[in-house]
Design a protein around this ligand. Structure first.
Ligand SMILES: Cc1cc2nc3c(=O)[nH]c(=O)nc-3n(C[C@H](O)[C@H](O)[C@H](O)COP(=O)(O)OP(=O)(O)OC[C@H]3O[C@@H](n4cnc5c(N)ncnc54)[C@H](O)[C@@H]3O)c2cc1C
Length: 320
């Protein structure tokens, strides 16, 4: 893995939902160099929400992804840089701190974890046993192993779509399974995939089992609601499903995670590692609402700025 560039962020925010985007706005407005790393617009809780009507200042109903676009735009207008990448690992104690993504390594003086709580809860039968032997979560890492072969992608977010598009350049046939008929991506983005000659769509089909002895050789699939399965031969399967578990896999072993799977923070949203903060649904300490996540983001950004500038008291944003 290579260093993406020599950029050293003052604050690197992992996750660009309401928590991360708001942290980005506050940190960038405080004239810090800010990166917001996110794996997709429709992969987090707000991005998947079809309508939200209780976000302050928004008149009437708005789509979650639409609201999120506004929040991200605001952060970018204050100078935050958006990085379209997925965090896979990290070194939170090094100086500078590092986050390892699909496309590079990102270094920062402080880190705000804002990855939400849409992590996988249920695994598909056979998934763990065949991980690394045909089961993958990273097209960029593994696509070349499946050159000229048949593979499947499972998911319904823009992350799943982008990974599928990448794979179409390598594979013979790409089977796209979305567990519901509805896919959380704009029709024009979906059309880019469906128009490819080597893509077969399976909307409303569920993958019940990933099969194979030494490596993946087929999937057992069925229509949603039906118990009848049929086998589909594939050499690989890329899984991008969502659940309701805090996403902390990329910090594992470095921060304490409680029985509910959440990160622990103090009243400034700082974790046990100085300069590392956590905000939003990745915490268990509060109500899961967009406005609360946004509030967490503001607190963490103001705290990070105080920590980075070596002050012992907060500077209010209106002092700007
Ligand atoms: C169906 C549904 C309906 C809801 N309705 C409402 C409502 O009406 N009103 C309301 O206030 N709240 C609602 N909520 C709750 C609200 O959406 C969440 O509380 C809020 O979005 C949490 O914000 P967050 O930033 O912590 O996480 P999220 O919104 O989940 O954002 C997390 C971000 O992190 C990114 N990410 C995750 N892992 C990685 C990684 N490894 N690398 C890079 N990026 C990553 C994701 O792409 C995502 O953009 C609803 C939630 C759901 C699921």
């Amino acid at each position: 893995m290579e260093l993406s560039d020599s950029t050293l962020y003052d604050v690197l925010i992992v996750g660009g939902g309401p928590a991360g985007a708001t942290a980005g706005t506050y940190a960038a407005r405080a004239e810090l160099k800010v990166g917001i790393m996110d794996k997709g617009l429709t992969t987090g809780a707000l991005g998947t929400t079809s309508k939200i009507a209780n976000y302050p200042g928004i008149d009437g109903e708005i789509g979650g992804a639409e609201l999120l676009k506004i929040m991200r735009k605001q952060a970018v207008e204050f100078g935050a840089e958006f990085i379209n990448d997925k965090a896979l690992g990290s070194d939170l104690s090094s100086d500078p701190k590092m986050v390892f993504g699909n496309f590079g390594v990102y270094s920062a003086r402080s880190i705000i974890i804002a990855t939400g709580s849409m992590g996988r809860t249920n695994l598909i039968k056979g998934e763990t046993d065949l991980l690394g032997r045909g089961v993958s979560y990273c097209a960029v890492c593994d696509a070349a192993f499946f050159k000229g072969k048949d593979v499947a992608v499972i998911g319904k977010s823009d992350e799943a779509l982008e990974e599928a598009l990448y794979l179409t350049r390598f594979v013979k046939t790409l089977h796209f399974f979305s567990p519901t008929e509805q896919v959380n991506v704009p029709p024009e983005a979906l059309a880019e995939l469906t128009e490819k000659e080597n893509v077969v769509m399976h909307p409303g089909f569920v993958v019940r089992e990933i099969c194979g002895e030494e490596k993946v050789d087929c999937l057992q699939v069925s229509a949603r609601g039906s118990k009848e399965t049929e086998a589909l031969p594939v050499a690989g399967v890329f899984v991008y499903l969502q659940g309701a578990k805090p996403i902390t896999d990329f910090v594992v072993g470095q921060l304490e995670i409680n029985d509910e799977g959440c990160l622990q923070v103090d009243r400034e949203n700082q974790t046990a590692i100085p300069g590392v903060y956590a905000v939003g649904d990745v915490l268990c300490s509060h109500v899961k609402q967009a406005v609360i996540a946004a509030s967490d983001g503001a607190i963490a950004a103001i705290s990070a700025e105080k920590w980075l500038r070596g002050r012992d008291s907060h500077r209010n944003d209106w002092a700007h």
